[in-house]
Design a protein around this ligand. Structure first.
Ligand code: SAH
Length: 362
């Protein structure tokens, strides 16, 4: 019999699962809290559960804790980049960034990626598989345990205490390897579980999902009416330039994508944001800034400029800081909210997919 992926079961499904095993519903609640609030590392560690119940779970379920097989820590800003090993031996990256307003975690949604964006290291080896909700949660939970460890704690602070709330990660971005909307159902389950009151209970407002622009999925996501922020990787001011950088633009034309974002904003009432990787001589001219402001000027949103993080497999160069600031000013003059993304972890393999790739191709 195939083992149950117990960490992927949302609260209601877990209660039902436990009841089907002949246990009372409250055992399901306790079990959920052990897995998703205390972040227990084994069934054995779940103190108030009967031994026979735990042994049965051990026999019938997979409960794999992601272990970090490599960790890089930035000397510049303390950013920590983790390489986690999954149960099948595949590896995924996740990042912890410290900001003034709290800790932000960036996770991967797939093993590899099939979108083929030209400047991105995550896609160079193609796509292997989707991550399960458990594997997305697992990245967050392993990092949360590491935060507690760095505070000198050997286990979770008491649930509901100020220490628990204050040490909890405050923001989550799905901007690591993979296209989250290409793993739509698992992504939604993951978001629902991460924001469940019986779990880590993050607010939906503290979650950002970034997409290369899968139009039908953006529309479906809008209908879910979640409180999350949607970010679109735009990277170009017009169709011709976008399709040179992003093959997905050949499937969904730039205006179609921007319209889908407009619609997302109207249905959800949430602000949207745009990612724009600045590539010297490719998309960073005055004309590009003007065209970009015409394209998205009417959308209540925010543009994040990311000077491209050059990868050795491609010949893309990052513009100088002055050139990035000039581009920012140009957009601001057109009334657009813009920030230049602080380049966290520049001294480690900061760009998506670089650390994993270094391990696949030593
Ligand atoms: N597939 C999703 C999320 C993953 S990538 C998406 O496309 O949005 C997160 C962001 O980093 C995307 O905007 C991506 O285009 C950008 N990115 C990837 N590699 C980069 C690099 N080398 N330099 C700058 N930005 C990069």
């Amino acid at each position: 019999m195939e083992k149950t992926d117990i960490l992927s079961l949302p609260y209601d499904e877990l209660i039902e699962y436990v009841q089907n095993r002949g246990e009372k519903a409250f055992r399901g609640k306790q079990l959920y809290q052990w897995m998703h609030q205390h972040l227990a590392e084994s069934f054995d560690a779940m103190q108030n559960l009967p031994k026979s119940f735990k042994e049965g779970l051990d026999r019938d379920c997979n409960y794999h804790i992601l272990k970090s097989v490599d960790l890089q820590i930035s000397q510049l800003d303390g950013t920590r980049k983790y390489l986690f090993e999954l149960a099948d031996g595949n590896m995924v990256e996740a990042v912890l960034m410290h900001y003034k307003h709290g800790d932000s975690v960036c996770i991967s949604s797939q093993v590899g990626c099939k979108m083929g964006c030209r400047f991105c290291a995550s896609t160079l080896d193609g796509w292997l598989r989707n991550l399960t909700p458990a594997e997305m949660l697992g990245q967050v939970y392993s990092i949360q345990r590491d935060i507690w460890k760095s505070m000198g704690l050997t286990k979770a602070p008491s649930i509901g205490s100020e220490e628990y709330t204050n040490s909890r990660i405050s923001n989550l971005v799905v901007m690591g390897t993979g296209e989250p909307l290409d793993n739509y159902e698992n992504l939604l389950t993951f978001i629902r579980m991460l924001t469940d009151e019986h779990g880590l209970n993050l607010s939906q407002r503290s979650i950002t999902v970034s997409t290369c622009g899968l139009v039908p999925k953006i529309k479906a996501l809008g209908e879910e009416k979640l409180g999350i922020t949607l970010a679109l990787s735009l990277h170009a001011p017009n169709q011709q330039k976008r399709q040179e950088l992003m093959p997905i633009a050949r499937t969904y034309e730039i205006h179609e994508v921007v319209d889908a974002l407009r619609e997302y904003q109207n249905t959800t009432g949430r602000r949207v944001s745009f990612e724009y990787s600045l590539v010297a001589g490719v998309n960073d001219s005055d004309g590009d800034a003007r065209e970009l402001s015409e394209l998205i000027g009417d959308i209540h949103g925010h543009v994040n400029l990311i000077p491209v993080n050059p990868i050795k497999e491609r010949d893309f160069k990052s513009p100088s800081h002055q050139a990035a600031v000039a581009f920012q000013k140009k957009l601001e003059n057109c009334g657009i909210n813009v920030t230049i993304r602080r380049e966290m972890g520049r001294d480690i393999d900061g760009a998506c997919g670089q650390l994993r790739r270094r391990h696949i191709h030593p």
